[in-house]
Ligand binder design. Sequence first.
Ligand SMILES: [Zn+2]
Length: 338
Amino acid sequence: MHPRVKSPVRPELVEGRTGKVHFVRASTGSARTVVTMLSLFFLASLTSATSVLADKPLKVVATLSVFADLVKQIGGEDVKASYVASPRFNPHFIECKPSDVLRVKQADLLVDAGLDLEAWRGPLLDAAGNPNLFPGSAGELDLSRGISLLEVPTQPLSRLMGDVHIYGNPHYWMNPDNARIMAQEIAGKLSEVDPANAERYRQRLAEFLKRIDRKIAEWKQKAAVLQGREVVAYHTEWPYFAQFTGLKVEQFLEPKPGIPPSPKHLGFLEGYMRQHKIQAIIQPTYYQRDSSEALARRVGAKVVILCQNVGELPQAKDYFSMIDYNIDQLVQALGGGT
Ligand SMILES: [Zn+2]
């Protein structure tokens, strides 16, 4: 992110060809020096072969922080990536701010989960009125398109099945094998929108894939103790994580996705957890914990907080540390055998 400059100097006027910003400190030099330097930069940009616009980092708005992180890893200094949904809130139900509308209005690219993960995306796009970012347009990347989806309903679609997930489970980024695919999709789209930097996106993608392949091997090895172990979850956010780790997650505090737990359903879960000797309830930070903690106490299990998004806890600094954290927490909670 660019530091703020308290002066009439607009940082984008002094961006170098590499996307790095050379700041002019108006407060330490004379106004004349600033003007002279600015004029030089401006003249240089006018005489360069490419336009000033092409030198600007691409403005990418992601719906979730985890997507913004992947965009940064592939886009590097060639993109300015931000996200809409605070990782501290349930990503299905976000209240967008006027500043979100403005950012989407000015964005070159929108990266989203697709399906019905972001119930708020349609109204946000309508408010921003940037047709280039509408679903299927050149400036939109729906990351679900490259993914083999799980829990795709076989019966006709209906909200009776729950408030969300009617097109299949949209929490697919929790499987690192899918993050590989998402990174490839991101690199492809960045190159399409910003062909001048395609080679740089390709290089960063190659580095990312090398790194994630090493980490996938490490995660698989660590998660071996989780194979076949069953936990109960608050919301069905985990089928892709389970696909990767071998964890078994079949019962949820929500009786249907997006529907809060009822006393009757909690009573059923109590019996189920005792019968199956389940030792942990998993959930991200943003669901209330009263029901999970009460249930866990009754059956002698523990509540394990895992991250769905980058920045949800300080330990989840980026995609890699988020998966590190989740696997470590589970291994710690369940690793001791049944
Ligand atoms: Zn969900």
